[in-house]
Design a protein around this ligand. Structure first.
Ligand SMILES: [Zn+2]
Length: 124
């Protein structure tokens, strides 16, 4: 991969990383014990004790946010890994077969760790 392409992809990854971190901070906080792990905050916790109705709403809200937190967290992990690979100089090669990942694939998903072929096999 030429330097210019990699630089562009790195920029994409970095802005995506910022966006995801910002989104996560809305309702979750970083787990200080586990790197890359986030914990969904229980909404409004710490304010005055809610009435029964309010606390049912909070539980519902919390349950809605949990899967979203998980999705964002996983995506952020992939992006961090991709940025790490750029640092180490092995970015753009498939984690599975070590061949080059198709440039078009990286263009669409700069955090891709597998080439098209291995990615498909992984899905099955
Ligand atoms: Zn592969």
């Amino acid at each position: 991969m030429d330097k210019k392409t990699q630089k562009n992809l790195k920029k994409k990854l970095e802005s995506e990383e910022k966006r995801l971190t910002k989104d996560l901070r809305f309702f979750a906080k970083k787990d200080p014990k586990i790197k890359g792990n986030w914990r969904t905050r229980f909404p409004f916790l710490g304010s005055d004790r809610p009435s029964k109705d309010e606390s049912a709403e909070e539980v519902e809200e919390y349950q809605k946010l949990l899967p979203l937190e998980h999705v964002l967290e996983l995506r952020l992990k992939d992006i961090d890994e991709a940025l790490d690979k750029i640092k180490k100089g092995n970015y753009g090669s498939c984690d599975n077969c070590k061949k080059k990942i198709e440039p078009k694939r990286l263009e669409a998903a700069p955090e891709a760790m597998l080439c098209l072929k291995c990615g498909k096999e992984n899905l099955q």
